[in-house]
Write a protein that binds this ligand. Sequence first.
Ligand code: FES
Length: 140
Amino acid sequence: MPNEKEYTLYNEKVMDHFMNPRNMGDLPAADGVGEVGAAACGDIMKISLKIEDGRIKDARFKTFGCGSAIASSSMATELIKGRTVEEAMHFSNQEVVDALGGLPPVKIHCSVLAEEALKAALDDYVKKHPEVAEPAPTKG
Ligand code: FES
């Protein structure tokens, strides 16, 4: 349960994703898995991706961390589903912050963790599928 301080810090949307996180868990046979930690607070976030035909078909997260980190990973997994790998590579924590209706300044780094976990999962996918990193052949 969140403590009283967390209730006063967060808006309703953040609280919703904190209390009812979407896409929590692991993906069996994930195509890419990324796990990162925040040095400052020690929180850990893992994102697993299912990718088909260069598009993110499914995403799951596991977060050992604060309410903001849980809400950020929940929102990030919602936002990236359906995007191409290329589009997801440009994903920014600001998208998470905006979609959550804002985070307290001291909690912005929690959304950065979601961006880093996603990018680590994409890196893992590219490592396992080097062909996707190759530039497309030029015409003519
Ligand atoms: S306080 Fe560590 S990720 Fe939020």
